[in-house]
Design a protein around this ligand. Structure first.
Ligand code: DX5
Ligand code: ZN
Length: 223
């Protein structure tokens, strides 16, 4: 199993964003997780496509755009244009999930669906072939620094089973990402439940030595 660590720049110093992105990539980040909040779908307001365009030259790894916005389509297209590598959105925020996934892939990005702690996995039913990633929220979206909700582990196990069944039959690759409250001391259990891609905001940017945190996470995953 190859694992990916995706530091969330929501917890970075916004006044030095380019430098933060470069530093965390040098420290070992595989993706840059980019949280987009609209003060409508979630009760917080963060960064638009111009921020993505601004950090793109500073990032040698794909930018993993997590859209917490409603409606989705216009912003998905704008982020594709702004240099996103992956774009995920919350299915209940899109009127036409199949169409939104299609427009993200047509724009050259990997596409994924995000599930809040209480969002049912039935949204996966008819779109598995259009997914490159499933993102399981282990907190309610809107803020960094929240506590991991343990019930998410059962959901991760269920998604792992669905992904394995699908890829065994149809081939392809679908990443399983987890977002919210991921730390050095729980990353191993989250991986054992079936996740392969880990968002970590406050755990990485809350420490002075990003490299030490990412190395400690990798050491846990290597056990
Ligand atoms: C929450 C965001 C997360 C957040 C995670 O709505 O989607 O990506 O940055 O932060 P931590 O790792 O601090 O829980
Ligand atoms: Zn996120």
């Amino acid at each position: 199993m190859s694992y990916r660590i995706a530091p969330s720049i929501l917890s970075a110093d916004f006044a030095r964003l380019g430098e933060e992105v470069r530093t965390v990539i040098e420290a070992g980040a595989d993706l840059i997780h980019f949280d987009v909040m609209d003060n409508h779908y979630v009760p917080n307001l963060t960064m638009g496509p111009m921020f993505c365009e601004a950090i793109r030259p500073h990032s040698s790894v794909p930018i993993d755009v997590h859209l917490m916005v409603k409606p989705v389509d216009a912003l998905a297209a704008a982020f594709a244009k702004a240099g996103a590598g992956l774009i995920t959105f919350h299915p209940e925020a899109s009127e036409h999930i199949d169409r939104t996934l299609g427009l993200i892939r047509d724009a050259g990005c990997k596409a994924g669906l995000v599930f809040n702690p209480a969002t049912p996995l039935t949204y996966l039913d008819h779109v598995m072939d259009k997914l490159d990633m499933v993102l399981i929220m282990s907190v309610n979206p809107g803020f960094g620094g929240q506590k991991f909700i343990p019930e998410a582990l059962n959901k991760i196990r269920a998604v792992r089973q669905r992904i394995d069944e699908h890829t065994a039959r149809h081939g392809g690759e679908i990443w399983l990402e987890v977002d919210g409250g991921v730390k050095v001391d729980n990353i191993r259990a989250i991986a054992e439940a079936g996740a392969d891609t880990f968002v970590a905001g406050s755990a990485v940017f809350g420490q002075p030595d990003y490299q030490a945190v990412i190395a400690a996470m990798r050491a846990e995953l290597a056990q």
